[in-house]
Write a protein that binds this ligand. Sequence first.
Ligand SMILES: Cc1ncc(COP(=O)(O)O)c(C=O)c1O
Length: 452
Amino acid sequence: MLHEISALPSAALSEAQSARLFARGRTVFPDGTTRATVERDPTPRYVLRGEGAYLVDVDGQRFLDLNNNFTTLIHGHGFAPTIDAVTRLLRDGTCFSHPTAHEIELAELLVDRIPAVEQIRFVNTGTEAVMFAIKAARAFTGRPGIAKIEGAYHGSYDWAEAGQGGTPSTWGSAEAPVAVPAYAGTPDLVADGVVILRFNDADGARRRIAASADRLACVLFDPMPSRGGLIPPDPGFTAAVVETARQYGILVVCDEVLNLRQSYHGASARYGIEPDLIAAGKIIGGGFPVGAIGGSRRVMRVFDGSAGRAKLAQGGTFSANPVSMVAGRVSMEAMSEAAFARLEAMGDRLRATIAGAIKLRQANYVISGAASLFRIHPKQTLPRDYRQAYLSADEAALMKAMSRFFRKEGILLPSGAAACLSTAMSDADIDKIADVFERFLATAPVSEGRTK
Ligand SMILES: Cc1ncc(COP(=O)(O)O)c(C=O)c1O
């Protein structure tokens, strides 16, 4: 049983306008908003505008934003070069049934930077990127199934979302994790077509990939799954996954929709993985909807219809729309190697300061993450996989209490997703995050059986 939570300051910030909007939203949207991922405590905070590292809500309060639209806004809100470029573009048209030079410019930038990407196709979301990467792997190999990491979130394509939301009562044994369906009515063929691997379990990955090899098109792999705990991969684990896949002619698809922000060359390059395909999104759209599938020419040829019918036809009314392409290019151009290095140094300093505060107080918290991403776990030791990172009811209440404490101090810390930094943040912002965490620890609630 959790105690002392009630001793925490309540969410006494003003939220009258947000509550009013939420009441209106409830009449037109089931559940009040149109994204299941919007955090609420108890109402969501409605935004008036963003200002660099900060956002202002409709009740006039200003917060340091550690969510940045689920890690998308690497420059924070209203990045002037992107806004200027998009503003200039708008009068010329926002979408055409014809290609524009803008798509080539963003593609060239990404091909130049990401070692695994020789060719690319654009879509509108990360969900679509993952879906087409899986379809491309199927079209290339002629096999239907996928293997994926337990607890990893890859968007809403049925096969990609199986096994993402398991609980202790549904996830099955450690040796044979279950492809828990994401919703009732999911066709059986989805679960039959998905093999779940436990993160950082090299032997299990080898065994499970080999056992289903003849029906697997790809291993869908996020090097540091955010919802899986934002835990670093063991090099032995990534090597086991890649080697076993190669041995059986199974493609390796890296989902870098979120983790591309880990370096100038992306996440798979950072962790020494050479995928056949990657899925990208978020930061490459500069704050506008985007997704991309990239990879070797050999595999990307499935999209090529120039000699007849493509093995995989991919279109999309808004795919490669010039607004997303221009915003993405301008935003990514500003992410020079030096800009990535600065973000990473800020992240390193923040993680080290927070880890130091935890050690000093011998508190039952750990911090994980890399580069500009971090996640604080109300756990004694660093989790190694989704099951270890999974929050009990008490731990979930502690996370909520922490987010609430941060919010009262003017910082929006996600309680269910990865937190991230933006280039709009200053050293003073980093100090403030660390300081608020230290003060949270000083007043932190504890659950029974735990020590501060
Ligand atoms: C790793 C990963 N893949 C895919 C997606 C889906 O992207 P989108 O929300 O743009 O559909 C997300 C979104 O958070 C993600 O984090």
